[in-house]
Design a protein around this ligand. Structure first.
Ligand SMILES: NC(=O)CC[C@H](N)C(=O)O
Length: 310
């Protein structure tokens, strides 16, 4: 039997069809330039255990910067508030791969979700884990109950071979004393984490603890304290969409994280999580159709109003 959620998803699926061709797939990572652009999937996981999906919601895609959300959570679990010695928590107002602020701000990145900040997070985790790729995969496999989840070697190599700007940022931060490991080693780990492949259904499931006071529903694991989950959500709302964070907050109003693979994971506190994926990006590197689909979901459901009131 169709529920209203199924109807909203079906409506959105219809509405996005004319939007294909208006954006462009990421092409600065050669392996991503080869992704078939005309794809769209959307999945919703509710804190009460129900889940919904439409379109290509079970197709695996490159999570790219969505990995920054999960590595940040792992680092927060590991070192707590000490993380703020090395990274700020303000929106940058600049592109995700910009390095202009790093010089005047003495090698301290604005927030953990731009590339510079995520590289520091990966540096912190590289110090702790001899095999960071496995530590992250194990976490994601546990959260999604998907033992086969993995990173894609071709995508990781393709990004690693062309990671000149990220490498420059890592060396620049090292010159300010804000980088512990060798940039080469951290870049290996960073490119692997970005090359993790997941589907919309898996990503919605993996992030559900953020909608549920830090408690994962499937595993029963308290991933973060309720206070820490609230803080991660605040950072996602203000910094999760790079220099479009203000526009996204205005249009959608949810904590969310985007990636250049075309995925977006959004949290609706106390209600659930949504993951949408469509590879064509807008000028700021966020999924063009994904942003539209989330905006429509919030209009159709009224969920933002409900969760803000709770
Ligand atoms: N915005 C993104 O998804 C960027 C991630 C990509 N791996 C990079 O470092 O450029």
């Amino acid at each position: 039997m169709s529920t209203s959620v199924d109807l909203w998803l079906a409506t959105i699926f219809e509405e996005v069809q004319p939007l294909f061709g208006k954006g462009r797939v990421a092409d600065y990572i050669p392996a991503l330039a080869r992704v078939e652009p005309n794809q769209f999937g959307m999945a919703i996981a509710m804190v009460d255990g129900r889940h919904y999906a439409v379109g290509d919601a079970h197709v695996l895609f490159s999570i790219q910067s969505i990995s920054k959300l999960f590595t940040f959570v792992l680092a927060l679990k590991l070192i707590g508030d000490d993380i703020w010695q090395r990274i700020g928590r303000e929106p940058s107002g600049n592109a995700f791969n910009s390095m202009v602020q790093l010089e005047t701000e003495h090698g301290i990145p604005r927030n953990p979700f731009i590339n510079a900040g995520a590289l520091v997070v990966t540096d912190i985790l590289t110090q702790r884990y001899a095999h960071l790729d496995l530590a992250l995969l194990n976490f994601l496999r546990r959260m999604t109950d998907s033992p086969d989840l993995n990173w894609n070697k071709e995508v990781a190599k393709s990004e690693r071979d062309t990671a000149h700007r990220n490498m420059a940022m890592a060396y620049f931060m090292k010159s300010f004393g804000n980088f512990v490991n060798s940039p080469e080693l951290v870049l290996d780990n960073y490119c692997r984490q970005c090359a993790t492949e997941m589907s919309c259904t898996q990503l919605a499931q993996a992030a559900i603890f953020l909608a549920n006071d830090g408690l994962d529903i499937g595993s029963g694991e308290q991933v973060l304290t309720s206070e820490a989950a609230r803080r991660v959500n605040a950072l996602l709302l203000t910094c999760g969409a790079y220099d479009a964070a203000g526009d996204y907050a205005y249009r959608i109003g949810l904590p969310l994280k985007t990636g250049v693979g075309g995925g977006i994971v959004a949290v609706i506190p106390n209600i659930g999580t949504v993951c949408v994926w469509s590879p064509e990006l807008d000028a700021k590197g966020n999924s063009l159709i994904g942003g539209y689909a989330l905006e429509r979901l919030m209009q159709l459901s009224g969920w933002g109003r409900m969760s803000l009131a709770m």
